[in-house]
Design a protein around this ligand. Structure first.
Ligand SMILES: *Cc1c(COP(=O)(O)O)cnc(C)c1O
Length: 382
């Protein structure tokens, strides 16, 4: 069986985590700060604020920019629920925009018609690890006085023109969930050039207690603290940060391996007319968090769901990213979206399958995935 995902954990992570456990300091502390600093240096952003998830980062990013009840936030149709869920925390409204057919990223040309006088922010999601059209999106935001909060959950360590993810929009939020390209089990990081927003997020992530609250149990700190805001319990722990430090040291190698696997899939499928490979725009480099193929259903006698079952029978586990938000019962009832407004998402949803892609895959694993996909395509060709 080839699992859909397996985190790349070696003795490096184990050693760092043991070091935290032995040190006696297991919650937020020196390793969390070191991880933030190393991450900030790697990305090239002014601030990096760690939290216990990307969802927490997205929430506090909206909090930092002052989102209010009744406001609207532009979100793509094809994303994980977290992107829109955080908007609902404020009793604000996620306004959905359809995706581009080729990249599955938000279609920047459709954004402006969805902007109203209640719109406060755009939340582009870098689908599968390829960055959105950030120049266009940032220009629209500037013109309409909106902030850009990037859902960069898939995007570590992608780049766009000559810039790294995390240095482009107003705030970028990364995920270190178990399946993501850098993992701490659970975890997230918000990067921003804006010191004021970064400080707000730092305070809110730990109960609204004034800065460096975590130091109150160290020799450097003091027992006295002041609560400045109604905050949250969103801090990262040193055990998570220990894993993050080890993962960050090999992020370039892990990225290289993902690129190799993507290149193998692309080479195997590019010439076929029954399957479409991921499209990457020339001016950017994907993180290759996901490798999403689109079936050309008119060339096949089976549907996507059966295709997934056939791959499973051949020992290859896959997934679907994502069920469009407006198809979920909660979003359907709460916001009454009209699926007819999103023709591209509707058509693509029926065709997509995410193949396994992670650094721990051997060349034999990759070959087995390719053989299995080709076998199913040939067996069910119409
Ligand atoms: C994984 C994911 C998130 C949430 O990340 P967590 O760290 O689990 O909170 C948000 N958005 C997208 C697109 C994701 O894939």
């Amino acid at each position: 069986m080839i699992p859909f995902h397996k985190p790349y954990i070696t003795i490096d992570e184990i050693t760092e985590v043991l070091d935290s456990l032995r040190s006696g300091w297991i919650t937020m502390g020196p390793k969390t700060i070191e991880f933030e600093n190393k991450f900030r240096e790697y990305i090239g952003s002014k601030n990096a604020v760690s939290m216990n998830s990307c969802t927490a980062c997205l929430h506090l990013a909206l909090k930092a920019v002052g989102l209010q009840e009744g406001d609207e936030v532009i979100v793509p149709t094809v994303t994980f629920t977290a992107t829109a869920e955080v908007v609902t925390y404020f009793k604000a409204n996620p306004v959905l925009v359809d995706i581009e057919e080729n990249t599955c990223n938000i279609d920047a040309s459709l954004i402006e018609r969805k902007i109203s006088n209640r719109t406060r922010a755009i939340m582009p999601v870098h689908f599968a690890g390829q960055l959105c059209d950030m120049d266009e999106i940032c220009a629209i935001a500037k013109k309409n006085n909106l902030v850009v909060i990037e859902d960069a959950a898939h995007a570590m360590p992608a780049c766009y023109k000559d810039r790294k993810v995390g240095t482009i929009g107003d705030i970028a939020c990364f995920s270190f969930y178990a399946t993501k390209s850098l993992t701490t089990g659970e975890g997230g990081m918000a990067t921003t050039a804006n010191d004021e927003w970064a400080d707000k997020m730092r305070i809110l992530r730990l109960h609204g207690i004034s800065k460096d609250a975590w130091k109150r149990y160290t020799g450097e700190g003091s027992w006295y603290y002041e609560v400045e805001a109604a905050g949250y319990k969103y801090n990262m722990t040193d055990i998570q940060a220990a894993m993050g430090l080890a993962q960050l040291r090999k992020i370039d190698w892990m990225w290289k391996r993902r690129k190799e696997i993507a290149a193998s899939y692309t080479k195997a499928f590019a010439a076929r007319d029954d399957i479409e490979i991921p499209y990457v725009k020339a001016d950017r480099e994907s993180a290759w968090h996901l490798y999403v193929v689109k079936l050309n259903l008119d060339k096949l006698s089976i549907e996507r769901n059966q295709f997934i079952e056939e791959l499973k029978r051949r020992g290859v586990m896959t997934s679907v990213h994502f069920i469009p938000l407006y198809k979920h019962p909660y979003y359907m009832t709460a916001f009454n979206y009209n699926s007819g407004e999103f023709p591209v998402s509707e058509a693509i949803y029926k065709r997509i399958i995410s193949l396994p892609i992670y650094p721990g895959m051997s060349d034999e694993d990759v070959a087995q995935v390719i053989c299995s996909v080709v076998d199913v395509l040939q067996k069910f060709s119409s």
